[in-house]
Design a protein around this ligand. Sequence first.
Ligand SMILES: NC(=O)c1ccc[n+]([C@@H]2O[C@H](COP(=O)([O-])OP(=O)(O)OC[C@H]3O[C@@H](n4cnc5c(N)ncnc54)[C@H](O)[C@@H]3O)[C@@H](O)[C@H]2O)c1
Ligand SMILES: O=C(O)CC[C@@H](O)C(=O)O
Length: 387
Amino acid sequence: MYKYYCFNAIAECGLANLSEDFVPVSDAKDADGILVRSAALHELEFGKNLKVIARAGAGVNNIPLDRCAEEGIVVFNTPGANANGVKELVIAGMLLASRDILGGINWVQENEEDGNIAKDAEKAKKAFAGCELEGKKLGVIGLGAIGVLVANAAQHLGMDVYGYDPYLSVESAWKISRGIHHARTVDEIYSECDYITIHVPALDSTKGMIDADAISLMKDGVVVLNFARDVLVNSEAVVDGLVSGKIKHYVTDFPTPEIAGVKGAIVIPHLGASTAEAEENCAKMAVKEMRNYLEYGNIKNSVNYPNCDMGYPGDNKRITLLHHNIPNMIGQITGVLAKDNMNIADMSNKSKGSYAYTMIDVDSDIPESVKKDLEAIDGILRVRILN
Ligand SMILES: NC(=O)c1ccc[n+]([C@@H]2O[C@H](COP(=O)([O-])OP(=O)(O)OC[C@H]3O[C@@H](n4cnc5c(N)ncnc54)[C@H](O)[C@@H]3O)[C@@H](O)[C@H]2O)c1
Ligand SMILES: O=C(O)CC[C@@H](O)C(=O)O
């Protein structure tokens, strides 16, 4: 029996994929697994039974990844599951910044009682005229699941698209349209583009990257779009840019007190992934990841441990070990099994940064003493016996 706790509303169609072996609990401290969207978990003290956190979404800056790794908690996210929803809102954001659609809609609402509204609209509309996207230069910073979709869609709209991503994955390279220009430096994006959209994770290396220096390189009247995270921009610099007119519009999915009321800011209440499709995709993927890990120990799409998948153990018994990525771990682990005369049928060991994961299938029952002996090895963070 596995206990799980949901920190946010997780789409029902995902939860429906949990078997009757999974029961919801009302206190996160009792859970084996946590499902979460954007709730901040940094201050949360984790229960000792917690083994997995599955983030139904892409960004994991709401989760203390290193503390989780040290406490033997595997954190997953759902790569790409909400990318299309965000892409569509970014395109909408570019249109809102190009045409004064919001101003026009407000004018109609303010004049709803006007019996001559049809005629008066024809006079008023010149105040809301804009420009087209076609032929304009778009810079996309970060060509992951979202950035690639935005770049390709913008190209289909006739934009001249530049992409910058020094860590481009092979998967993204396969997906990106041939016509997207490869920007070799981020400064090239800043200086060349009329629209700049950022799709990178919030990391120490990316926080505040749109600062006063970056903005000073941009064209006058640039449109900056941020559907990734508020902390990627220096708010003060963006507000200064809007006030001076250097930035024509700052379109963001992240309301903050600094930016919310500033003229030229188009602020959306974090709706990028709020589509039925995105919520369902994320919930299904997060539930699948949590289930596969709790039931079989398989890791796919973890952000703090390596991927490692040995499928279904069949008649074998499975031991899984989360540990530090240090020398002689395998020797010590197999030494414990050898002492108890256990035969290894299959095994896998993978590492990611400072952490590693070992899965071992044996063809006999596993005595409780083996678990204790394995836990006693220096550097072992969690041992599970999946009988
Ligand atoms: N508004 C929303 O609702 C919403 C929804 C999904 C994701 N997001 C945010 O968008 C971010 C991107 O999502 P994704 O699904 O595309 O993630 P992703 O991991 O698929 O892509 C991120 C890309 O950024 C690149 N990158 C990292 N550092 C970079 C740098 N310094 N310069 C340029 N590129 C860099 C990576 O190589 C990767 O290709 C997430 O981390 C999350 O914060 C927001
Ligand atoms: O869950 C959400 O609504 C937002 C998720 C989004 O910010 C993400 O990083 O995937």
